[in-house]
Ligand binder design. Structure first.
Ligand code: FDA
Length: 392
């Protein structure tokens, strides 16, 4: 039987980072994945440029049943530590917006850096390997795989969540956790477009392709970013962000003119050149198709000059607070991440080790820690992987 000090399951961001760190400590590490290539999500991330971290990492930008859990790992291996690695590898990067750091060239450069580090740390990479069984006995862990049973003192589970099954996501990590007696919180798709009932969609469809710099609010949490109307419903960064807070039955409130006062602008237009249709006035502030839609929703008729202050206030209220009721999300097929996961109370926040199962670790997306859009999820993968790699 093959024997290693550490087996890491899942060669994504978190698993590769944990394996590198354990290997650097002189541990004999085997990194297993059923995929043919490591880091597939890194490759497609950030539109192929990988938004690998964020300058503004803070625990309140992560969702978890225990919001303080992520703090320790994020403080021990920070965004600055990861940036230093990227710099040392000679990878050029830039800040796009809101502290989001992207490669100038390609996400493949991040994968190449990690592969070089894995190689230098002496980690053995076992790709195209299925994981069939897992157990712990007196001598450590025994993992049944398509290349036979493999034994190790430590097991790091980095198999990610359920998002994008087409790319190899299986949710196996949750089963492993439960089999070892850890709890798993409810999981659901997050950072995902929102969908609508047929009759609402029929009204939204003509707006497909329109994007506005707006504000989306769900369950009391707001995000100021772009909102995109699609054939299936609503998307764009602001919507993906609020999707992590939205729950079935809740409304999403959209501000189509964030940072401007629609009522003042409309009153000024009424005073200067009010003999125009309402949609014509609105089209000076937003895309024309959207202007027509807002006019229809408002139920107002006639010219802008015909409208009382009260009606203009009501129209502005609609522009700044359009209430929509999604019926669901596009699901794991397109979700960037999975909300929920291995219960953080069952893990040591400093090391990611299971409290009741010495030698068993969970890192990355499989854990109940989910970041905002914008490089937060990769930073969690690096930080939690690093933490486990120091002790596994
Ligand atoms: P990850 O999912 O990366 O890796 C898990 C690994 O386990 C995979 O290699 C998989 O093949 C393997 N595995 C699963 N089941 C297995 C089984 N049964 N047997 C063997 N192996 C198995 N985040 C961010 O910060 N910035 C960004 O720009 C983006 N962009 C982005 C775009 C898209 C389209 C998606 C879907 C996601 C993002 N993300 C992101 C999120 C980010 O990709 C995600 O949070 C991390 O990849 C999570 O890293 P993990 O290593 O935990 O899981």
């Amino acid at each position: 039987m093959e024997t290693f000090d550490v087996i890491v399951l899942g060669a994504g961001a978190a698993g590769m980072f944990a394996a590198i760190e354990a290997g650097r400590r002189g541990r004999r590490v085997l990194l297993l994945d059923h995929a043919r290539n490591p880091g597939e999500k890194i490759r497609i991330s950030g539109g192929g440029r990988c938004n690998f971290t964020n300058l503004h990492i803070a625990p309140e930008r992560f969702l978890s049943r225990n919001p303080r859990f992520a703090l320790s790992a994020l403080k021990r291996f920070t965004q600055w530590d990861f940036i230093a690695r990227v710099d040392a590898a000679g990878i050029a990067w830039h800040e796009k917006t809101l502290g989001q750091l992207f490669c100038d060239g390609s996400a493949k450069e991040i994968i190449a850096m990690l592969l070089a580090d894995l190689h230098a740390a002496g980690v053995e990479l076992g790709l195209s390997t299925t994981i069939d069984s897992w157990a712990k006995g007196a001598g450590g862990f025994r993992i049944g795989t398509s290349r036979g049973t493999i034994a190790a003192q430590s097991l790091i589970v980095a198999t990610g969540g359920k998002s994008i099954p087409k790319m190899g996501a299986t949710g196996i990590g949750y089963r492993i956790a439960e089999d070892f007696g850890l709890r798993v919180t409810e999981t659901r798709p997050a950072l995902v477009p929102l969908t609508f009932a047929e009759q609402d969609l029929a009204a939204l469809k003509p707006l497909a392709g329109i994007a506005v710099e707006g504000r989306a609010t769900a369950n009391g949490t707001s995000f100021d970013e772009a909102i995109l109307f699609t054939h299936r419903g609503l998307s764009g960064p602001a919507i993906l962000q609020v999707s992590s807070y939205w729950r079935e039955g809740c409304e999403v409130v959209v501000d189509l003119m964030r940072g401007r006062d629609a009522a003042t602008a409309l009153r000024e237009m009424r005073g200067q050149a009010g003999r125009v249709a309402i949609r014509t006035a609105l089209a000076r502030m937003m895309p024309e198709r959207l202007a027509r839609h807002v006019e229809t929703m408002s139920g107002l008729t006639g010219n802008l000059a015909d409208q009382s202050n009260a009606r203009i206030e009501a129209l502005a209220g609609l522009i700044h607070g359009w209430h929509l009721r999604p019926v669901g999300t596009e699901g794991y097929r397109t979700a960037e991440v999975t909300l929920g996961g291995v219960e953080t109370d069952d893990l040591d926040a400093r090391t990611m080790e299971a409290r009741k199962v010495p030698g068993l670790f969970f890192v990355g997306e499989v854990v109940d820690v989910t970041g905002w859009l914008g490089g937060y999820n990769f930073q969690w993968a690096w930080s939690s992987g690093w933490a486990a790699g120091q002790v596994a």
